[in-house]
Design a protein around this ligand. Structure first.
Ligand SMILES: Nc1nc2c(c(=O)[nH]1)N=C([C@H](O)[C@H](O)COP(=O)(O)OP(=O)(O)OP(=O)(O)O)CN2
Length: 145
């Protein structure tokens, strides 16, 4: 089996609604996303001969995914009061609503699914919230998610 890995980073703020601790506050991270794809075969001809996929294409596809969140406030749906939401929107802030609690674990599943939808066979997606803390989503040793 062949594997490729690439990574991209983005800056954004989030908060964890209902969290008893400092992460309940709006705070920022430089999120680092590392994607690992796999393939049993390589391209047979042309520019990409001998490659699973060109690194530049893989990198670009991941960049398009992370750019959606860059310099935004990521928030779980229905976790801010309507007035707060309206005020933030009126200020022109970039808000990105997600339908999950914005933890590193949930983001690792999110990027796994987004890159899979782009046609990659994703082995794992790893998301670093801080240089020391990361979560990953992918197959176990039996190929199960
Ligand atoms: N399993 C998880 N635990 C926590 C997550 C998460 O996504 N998955 N997220 C948070 C908070 O978002 C927080 O920003 C990160 O937590 P923490 O490690 O406390 O942050 P720091 O590394 O900045 O801690 P310092 O002690 O201030 O250096 C919490 N838990």
């Amino acid at each position: 089996m062949y594997y490729l890995e690439t990574e991209q980073s983005f800056d954004s703020a989030h908060f964890l609604k209902g969290y008893d601790g400092k992460c309940k506050n709006i705070h920022g991270h430089r999120w680092r996303v590392v994607i690992k794809i796999e393939s049993p075969t390589l391209q047979k001809e042309g520019q990409t001969q001998g490659m699973i996929v060109d690194f530049s294409k893989l990198k670009q596809d991941l960049k398009e995914e992370i750019d959606y969140f860059d310099h935004s406030l990521i928030m779980e749906a229905d976790t801010l009061k309507p007035n707060t939401l309206t005020a933030l929107k009126e200020e022109g802030f970039l808000l990105v609503e997600v339908n999950f609690r914005p933890t590193a674990e949930e983001f690792s599943r999110y990027f796994y699914e987004r890159m899979s939808q782009r046609g990659y066979y994703v082995k794992s997606a790893k998301v670093y919230e801080t240089p020391a803390n990361c979560a990953s989503y992918g197959e176990d040793s039996h190929g199960r998610l």
